[in-house]
Design a protein around this ligand. Structure first.
Ligand code: ADP
Ligand code: MG
Length: 220
């Protein structure tokens, strides 16, 4: 069974009489152990796709299944429960609670999943190169640090599927390499990762590339 399945996803945005077809019939599957990179120019639909896969947005057509269970067009509580149990999500912003430190954010996510583990928090922050910033608040972080902190939160509950939107957009290449090692370990443990990225380094480590253009997947 695939960990995550999307069937014929459509998403339209309307502003006045203007219609943007952000997703135009996207189908995909994520299997255990896969590291998949989602590539495409700005505005091609990457963030919309990840939000629909995460159940944070609802597709206008098609559906998403997580671990064989339908997520789309289910009540918010059902979507949230599926997300909490199986998915780790990093969006492009708003991933952190402002009143908590970096470590506090990671700890909260672990406790929501019922598995607080001090050593696990240390390893995660180390893997993201954030040990020195663990007591910082989100407003004190650079863009790259905030993305890495969001990634630590997304990974905190050891999710079956990680969905990450441009996690390394603002980090140096040494830090990116460190994050890549951490993500590779996550996949080797039988988890799956889908990362939207512009990074060649990240894409070159992927098992599979998905290329999106104008809301459609095209051949890589
Ligand atoms: P990417 O992440 O690849 O840059 P997005 O998924 O953010 O692309 O956007 C895909 C298309 O949908 C773009 O044309 C964008 O302008 C449009 N779009 C995204 N979000 C909204 C929104 N909330 N309202 C209207 N249009 C949107
Ligand atoms: Mg985007």
């Amino acid at each position: 069974m695939p960990l995550l399945t999307a069937v014929e996803l459509y998403r339209f945005y309307h502003r006045g009489d203007d219609e943007t077809a952000a997703l135009r019939g996207i189908s995909l599957q994520m299997r255990a152990g896969e590291f998949v990179a989602l590539l495409g120019p700005s505005g091609s639909g990457k963030s919309t796709l990840l939000a629909c896969l995460a159940g944070l947005d609802e597709p206008d057509g098609g559906y998403v299944e997580v671990m064989g269970r339908r997520m789309s067009r289910r009540p918010e509580a059902v979507r949230a429960a599926l997300r909490a149990r199986h998915l780790g999500v990093l969006m492009q912003s708003a991933n952190l609670f402002e009143h908590l430190t970096v470590e506090g954010n990671v700890r909260l996510q672990m406790s929501l999943a019922g598995q607080v583990d001090r050593r696990g928090i240390e390893l995660l922050l180390e893997g993201m190169g954030l040990t020195d910033r663990r007591l910082a608040r989100p407003s004190q972080l650079s863009g790259g640090e905030a993305a890495r902190a969001g990634l630590a939160v997304a990974l905190a509950a050891n999710p079956q599927v990680l969905l990450a939107d441009e996690p390394t957009a603002e980090v140096d290449s040494a830090t990116e390499a460190r994050i890549l090692r951490h993500l590779a370990d996550h996949c080797h443990a039988g988890r799956a990762i889908l990362v939207a990225t512009h990074s060649q380094a990240l894409a070159s480590h992927a098992d599979r590339l998905l290329v999106i253009r104008d809301g459609r997947l095209i051949d890589a």
